[in-house]
Design a protein around this ligand. Structure first.
Ligand SMILES: [Fe+2]
Length: 164
């Protein structure tokens, strides 16, 4: 049980650093696309790690949860949604400033967030349902990063390089 408790502690740590460590509180927001892209990719990495951690926590091979575990996981899922929303808004703002946010990309964000929120609520109190929800969100996030995001970032990189 002690080991398991330590693993929950690590989940709390992951939650706390997902977005906070990607930008120091005292540091200004970057104004140059190269720096903005680096920060967005850092957030991508952390969100991917957070999603993987939560998928593993919800897996059927994990032992049953106690009340404290269930509360911690619920908080972690809410934090995931919050961090994802902030990340997508930041990405939209910076890609839009570069002229590289197409309407389809923005609507993909909106649709994914709506689906994530409704899926989260629908699976409330259902550990396996949340497991499936997290897997679906993880799939979307990975595909989106390698698809729409990769294309938009490449366009922004090319434009920034051309302008410099
Ligand atoms: Fe995106």
């Amino acid at each position: 049980m002690a080991l398991y408790a330590e693993r929950w502690f690590s989940l709390e740590v992951v939650m706390a650093v997902v977005m906070a460590e990607s930008k120091s509180r005292s540091a200004p927001w970057p104004h140059v696309w190269a720096d903005q892209a680096a920060l967005l990719e850092c957030q991508h990495d952390r969100l991917e790690a957070f999603l993987l951690e939560l998928v593993l926590r919800h897996g059927p091979e994990q032992p049953p949860w106690g009340a404290a575990d269930a509360l911690a996981v619920e908080g972690a899922c809410r934090r995931l949604l919050w961090d994802l929303r902030l990340h997508l808004r930041l990405e939209e703002r910076w890609l839009s400033a570069q002229g590289c946010l197409c309407p389809g990309h923005r609507s993909a964000h909106r649709d994914a967030l709506q689906a994530a929120l409704s899926g989260f609520l629908y699976a409330s109190g259902d550990r396996y349902g949340r497991y499936l929800w997290l897997q679906a969100l993880q799939s979307w996030f990975l595909e989106h990063r390698q698809g729409a995001d990769a294309r938009a970032y490449a366009s922004a990189d090319a434009l920034a390089h051309h302008q410099s």
